[in-house]
Write a protein that binds this ligand. Sequence first.
Ligand code: 13P
Length: 247
Amino acid sequence: MIVANWKCNGSKAMINEWTNNFLTNYVEMKKAFIGIAPPSIYIDSILDTKLSKLKEINIGSQDIDISSGARTGAISSEMILDFDCKFSIIGHSERRQFFNEKNDEIKQKILKIANKTLTILCVGETEEENKNDQTKDVLKRQLGVIKDIEFNDSLVVAYEPVWAIGTGTTPTPDKINEIHKFIKDVVQSFSDNSAIPMVLYGGSVNQDNAENFFKEESVDGALIGGASLDGRQFANIINIFNGINLK
Ligand code: 13P
């Protein structure tokens, strides 16, 4: 599973160019789930491109609000479902950092979409927490929001260490693997019935380092920011994930 998070980037012109570049490089493989989360205002523009003809491509949202109604500027869960969004990213560290989102709000958002569309829950420690050896405690706390929620295979966790996002620095592949195993164990410990979730890695993934992460057993894919803004590079990363390295 490979997901593009465009964050607050893009334009109508960019979408056209991106689509052409992506389609030139992408080697069709129906098996992988490819996600694209553009800014919400562009969801319809992407659904209008040739990308929508590829069954493996799924459009999703970068966030949702806790409710509809008198909440100026917000996008509700009903709206993203109305546009047939196949997933929503929830709890991204930029939402936690710049919009002051706390775990209780994140839980409310998840409850809005659980089992209606895929939840991609982002978790990750800051640089300071990493240095202080608090990573596992922080992750356990962040994962606590899904306790008591029954997911029918509709939960994906993205491990995104805050210090690796947009910095060009990443944990080593074996460290990422260890953390992904830990995340799967924690989620399973919440309920005997819960399926082991897919865990994606996010933070400075690009076409040059992706293969090293994908080789690890517990890495089920990637959530990609900067490198996903280039359609050619995003296609290359998917090809690498699918075992084809043409770059
Ligand atoms: P970068 O790939 O730009 O480091 O961003 C990762 C991310 O935040 C994806 O959600």
